[in-house]
Design a protein around this ligand. Structure first.
Ligand code: NAP
Length: 475
C-alpha cells in the first residue's frame, strides 16, 4: 500500500491472497488494510493537500504527465500482472494501459479550465465565482479494469487540487502496487494514497470518514446504494456513482444482418467475459432481422477461442472470481428455468485446461422476454439476451424497460429514426451506428440506477471543485 509516500503494510499485519482466476493459483498477496490505515492515509492526504493545491496547474499537470509516461514505460509489467490477476485476455487488455495513461494526459492539460465567472447582477458590486478543491477525495474502484480505473481515479481530482485515497478491488489488486510505486517516485508524499483490502472495512471507512467530503465510486448498484447510506450517517457528502448497465443494442430493419451480428458480438466484450459496464448485453432485433442475425451471432460466438488469457490468440478468459462465477451461473440457470431459448453455451467448457478456474462458455439466449431475470438484472458475464420487436415504440419501451440507463447502441441509416430513438432512450451514453468506444472530452455516465454524475470530460474535473461566490463592494 502507499501511505504518505511510503510502501507500507497494514497496521494489523494481516494479508490477503490474490488468485489467478484461470487456474486458481495464488499469484500474490496484499496488505489487508483496516480503518486505522485509512486514518493514517487521511492524515497524510490532509497534510499534503494545501501545498499540492498551491502548485500552478501547469506544475501539477507536468507531474501527471510523468505518471502517464512511467505507466507506459512499465506497461508490459503492468499488463502481465493485470492479465493473470483479472483473467481478461492480453490482446484487449493492452488498450487499458494506454487508456490509463491517456486519462492522466487528458486531465493534465485542463488546469486552466477550473475557472469561475463574473456576473453583472448589481452596479454596486463585482460578483465573481471561484472554484475550490474539496480537500481529500475518496475513490473506490471495481475489478474489471483495475489499472485503468485506478488511474482514472486519481487524474481529475489531482488536477483540481485535491489529494486522494484510492481503494482498488480486493479480487484484482496487484497492478495497483505498481501504480503505488510510480506515484511514490513522482508525486509529493501524501498526494496519492493507495489502500488495499476488502470493501468492508476499507471502502466503508473511506466512505464514512467525516473529513472526506467527496467520494467517487465505480461498481455495482447495491454497493453504490450502501455507500450513499453509509456516507449519510456521518456527514453531508458529494457522491458520484458509476454503476452497472443492462445496455440495449437496437437494430432497425434497414441494417445488414452480417454487420449487426459482428457488432453484437464485439460489443459484448467477450475478451473480458462480458465484464464491462458498457457491454450491450441486450440485443433488440426487429422481427425482419431476427432469425438471420441470431443465426450469425451463434456462429460467431461458437468460433470464439477460449484459452489462457496470456496467449495473444485467446479471445475469452475465465470469470474474475468464484463468488462472481457462481452468481453468473445462477443467472444462466434462471434463464433456462424461465424458458428463454438457450442457443449456445451455458456450461463449463470441456477439456482439462478448464477444469480449474472460473470458466463459462459464451452464452446466448433467444426469445427473451422483459419480465425474465436475464432481461432485468445485470449479469456482468458472457451472456447475451436477444429480444424481438415489431415497431419503433416497442423497441424504445424495451430499451427503457430496466432500472439501468448507462449506454445504448442504435443501428439504422435513417437519420430521423436515429435522432428520435437517441432522444427517447433513457441512457447516459448513446452510440448511433457504433458501440463500445469512449471519447475523452465527452462525458460518460448513467441515468436511472446506472449512476450519478459524469466522468471523462470537463464535468468530471469540475465535479472535484466547489463553487464559491464572492461579492466585492465597489461603491
Ligand atoms: P462492487 O462489488 O460494487 O465493488 C466495487 C468496489 O467497492 C470494490 O473495490 C469493493 O471492494 C468495494 N466495496 C464493496 N463493498 C463496499 C462498501 N460497503 N463500502 C465501500 N466500498 C465497498 O463491484 P464489482 O463487482 O467490483 O464491479 C462490478 C460492477 O461495477 C458492475 O455492476 C459494473 O457494471 C460496475 N462498473 C461500472 C462502471 C461504470 O463506469 N459505470 C465501470 C466498471 C464497472 P472489494 O471488492 O475489495 O470487496
Amino acid at each position: 500500500m502507499l501511505i504518505n509516500g511510503e510502501l507500507v503494510e497494514s497496521e494489523s499485519g494481516n494479508w490477503l491472497s490474490s488468485l489467478n482466476p484461470a487456474n486458481e493459483e495464488i499469484i500474490g498477496r496484499i496488505p489487508a488494510a483496516s480503518a486505522a490505515d485509512v486514518q493514517r492515509a487521511y492524515l497524510a492526504a490532509e497534510a499534503a493537500q494545501p501545498a499540492w493545491a498551491a502548485m500552478t496547474p501547469l506544475a501539477r499537470g507536468g507531474l501527471l504527465r510523468k505518471v502517464a509516461q512511467a505507466m507506459r514505460e512499465r506497461g508490459e509489467e503492468i499488463l502481465h500482472l493485470e492479465v493473470i490477476d483479472t483473467g481478461n485476455t492480453i490482446s484487449k487488455m493492452r488498450g487499458d494501459i494506454e487508456s490509463a495513461a491517456k486519462a492522466m494526459e487528458f486531465f493534465s492539460g485542463l488546469g486552466s479550465e477550473i475557472k469561475g465567472e463574473s456576473v453583472p447582477v448589481s452596479a454596486d458590486n463585482l460578483h465573481v465565482s471561484i472554484r475550490d478543491p474539496y480537500g481529500v477525495v475518496g475513490r473506490i474502484v471495481p475489478f474489471n479494469h483495475p489499472i485503468k480505473f485506478a488511474s482514472n481515479a486519481i487524474a481529475a481530482p489531482l488536477m483540481a487540487g485535491n489529494t486522494v485515497l484510492v481503494k482498488p478491488p480486493e479480487q484484482s489488486p496487484l497492478s495497483a502496487g505498481i501504480l503505488a510505486e510510480i506515484c511514490r517516485d513522482i508525486l509529493p508524499p501524501g498526494v496519492v494514497n493507495i489502500l488495499t483490502g476488502n470493501g468492508m472495512p476499507v471502502g466503508d471507512a473511506i466512505v464514512r470518514h467525516p473529513g472526506i467530503k467527496r467520494i467517487a465510486f465505480t461498481g455495482s448498484v447495491a454497493t453504490g446504494m450502501a455507500i450513499q447510506r453509509a456516507a449519510a450517517e456521518t456527514s453531508v457528502k458529494h457522491i458520484s456513482l458509476e454503476l452497472g448497465g443492462k445496455n440495449p443494442l437496437i437494430a432497425f430493419p434497414d441494417m445488414d444482418p452480417d454487420k449487426i451480428a459482428e457488432v453484437a458480438v464485439s460489443a459484448m466484450n467477450f475478451a473480458w467475459q462480458g465484464q464491462s459496464c458498457g457491454s450491450t448485453s441486450r440485443l433488440l432485433l426487429h422481427e425482419s432481422l431476427y432469425d438471420a442475425v441470431l443465426k450469425r451471432v451463434v456462429e460467431r460466438v461458437a468460433a470464439l477461442r477460449l484459452g489462457d488469457p496470456l496467449d495473444p490468440q485467446s479471445q475469452m478468459g475465465p470469470l474474475n472470481s468464484k463468488p462472481h462465477y457462481d452468481r453468473v451461473c445462477g443467472l444462466v440457470q434462471s434463464g433456462i428455468t424461465e424458458k428463454a431459448r438457450l442457443m449456445i453455451g451455458g456450461a463449463r467448457p470441456a477439456g482439462t485446461q478448464f477444469e480449474k478456474g472460473y470458466w463459462l462458455l459464451p452464452t446466448v439466449f433467444a426469445d427473451v422476454h422483459r419480465h425474465m431475470r436475464i432481461a432485468q438484472e445485470e449479469i456482468f458475464g458472457p451472456v447475451l439476451s436477444v429480444f424481438k420487436w415489431r415497431d419503433e415504440q416497442e423497441a424504445i419501451d424495451l430499451a427503457n424497460s430496466t432500472d439501468y440507463g448507462l449506454t445504448a447502441s442504435i443501428w439504422t441509416n435513417d437519420i430521423k429514426t436515429a435522432l428520435r430513438v437517441a432522444k427517447a432512450v433513457r441512457s447516459g451514453y448513446v452510440w448511433v451506428n457504433g458501440a463500445s468506444g469512449h471519447f475523452y472530452g465527452t462525458s460518460f455516465g448513467g441515468m436511472k440506477n446506472s449512476g450519478l454524475g459524469r466522468e471523462e470530460g470537463i464535468d468530471e474535473l469540475l465535479s472535484y471543485t466547489e463553487l464559491k461566490s464572492i461579492h466585492f463592494r465597489i461603491s
